[in-house]
Design a protein around this ligand. Structure first.
Ligand code: FNR
Ligand code: LAC
Length: 350
């Protein structure tokens, strides 16, 4: 297959390939989708302040995450139900990630168990995303399975005590069979019924206990304010993902690009900051790092890659972003990504 050259082209092709139901689930957001669209636009609006006559003959996109050097700042975001897009599901996506040394974050709602993912793609750096269940036995079983299967971090998602209003799914009457192998013994559940099993009474105290008991470093995903980032640090988090869940939860909250600077000012020196939402260009990645992120999560584009070209499609999506980042680092006059700071960007004039 001829693979596209931009993430936008992947998005268009995927829209042609997928049926309306699954496409609406993956492409859609909450309510009027204002936050979803704003999340992309916010990166685009930020201007780069390029510096010239800097030696950019060698570029270094590497970063440090959880105390380890990583070759670049991309991570595949946790997303549910890859099997709706490709018969090989999460292992196929993970193979594309592995080809570019990109950490792959497996969702609690993955259609592959942590053990099966590890067995299928042993060389992929992997993190496990946790939704906390009312049934604490289910939760601890997931955490154990992830640690036993070589997952390196626990990404605890805290912005989904209930599900946002996904109006495309309502209009399409799209019903997902949400019975997933990670959460055994619960077959035939729809997604809303599965989300009912999540513990909507979870608080910072619970998070603190989880971090205390966890064998793996805990990263809190779904924080948009410096107050909450401070609480995450106090609870023992090793990282925070500044995220609005791809605009799928509460419409009209801030874009990641807008929330990141204040969070970075509050806790940027204390924990690893990651940002996601609307990352579609290498310049977006550069801007995220300039505003204080050590890494970015890439969501929907990975799914479009999977839909269009399986593992090779995912790989191409990530390679395009890295190629764009390389050019951006050179032309910004900041060849070492880890040295980017806020002087590389500005709010637009006028
Ligand atoms: C998600 N996201 C998500 N997050 C999470 O913590 N657990 C999950 O199971 C899911 N599932 C999920 C499904 C689908 C279809 C999408 C699009 C997103 C949110 C995801 O991790 C990430 O925060 C956003 O997707 C990032 O925004 P972009 O890159 O998609 O714009
Ligand atoms: C979603 C959930 C499952 O965004 O995270 O669809």
């Amino acid at each position: 297959v001829e693979l596209p050259e931009t993430l936008a082209d992947f998005e268009r092709l995927a829209a042609e390939r997928l049926d309306a139901g699954p496409h609406g689930y993956f492409a859609g957001g909450a309510a009027d989708e204002l936050t979803m669209r704003a999340s992309e636009e916010a990166w685009r609006r930020i201007q780069i302040r390029p510096r010239v006559l800097v030696d950019v003959s060698e570029r270094d996109p590497s970063t440090t995450l959880l105390g380890e050097r990583r070759p670049h700042p991309l991570i595949v975001a946790p997303m549910a139900f890859h099997r709706l897009v490709h018969p090989e599901a999460e292992p196929e996506t993970a193979r594309g990630a592995a080809a570019t040394a990109t950490p792959f974050c497996l969702s609690t709602l993955a259609t592959t168990s942590p053990a099966d993912l590890a067995a299928a793609v042993p060389d992929v750096p992997r993190w496990f995303q946790l939704y906390v269940f009312k049934d604490r036995g289910v939760t601890s079983g997931l955490v154990e399975a992830a640690a036993d299967s070589g997952f390196e971090a626990l990404v605890v998602t805290v912005d989904l005590p209930v599900q946002g209003r996904r109006e495309r799914d309502l209009r399409n009457a799209f019903r997902i069979d949400a019975s997933v192998p990670s959460v055994g013994g619960r077959s035939g559940l729809s997604l809303p019924e599965m989300v009912e099993q999540f513990d909507a009474s979870l608080t910072w105290d619970d998070l603190g206990r989880l971090a205390d008991e966890s064998r793996l470093p805990v990263i809190v995903k779904g924080v948009l304010t410096p107050e909450d980032a401070r609480r995450a640090v106090a609870a023992g988090a090793a990282g925070v993902v500044v995220s609005n869940h791809g605009g799928r939860q509460l419409d009209t909250v801030a874009a990641g690009a807008e929330a990141l600077p204040d969070v970075a000012e509050e806790v940027g020196d204390e924990v690893d900051l990651i940002v996601d939402g609307g990352i579609r260009r290498g310049t977006d990645v550069l801007k995220a790092m300039a505003l204080g992120a050590r890494a970015v999560m890439v969501g929907r584009p990975a799914i479009w890659g999977l839909a269009v070209g399986g593992a090779e499609g995912v790989r191409r999506v990530l390679e395009v972003l890295l190629a764009e980042l390389d050019v951006a680092l050179a032309l910004t006059g900041t060849p070492v990504a880890a040295e980017l700071d806020a002087t590389s960007v500005q709010r637009p004039y006028g």
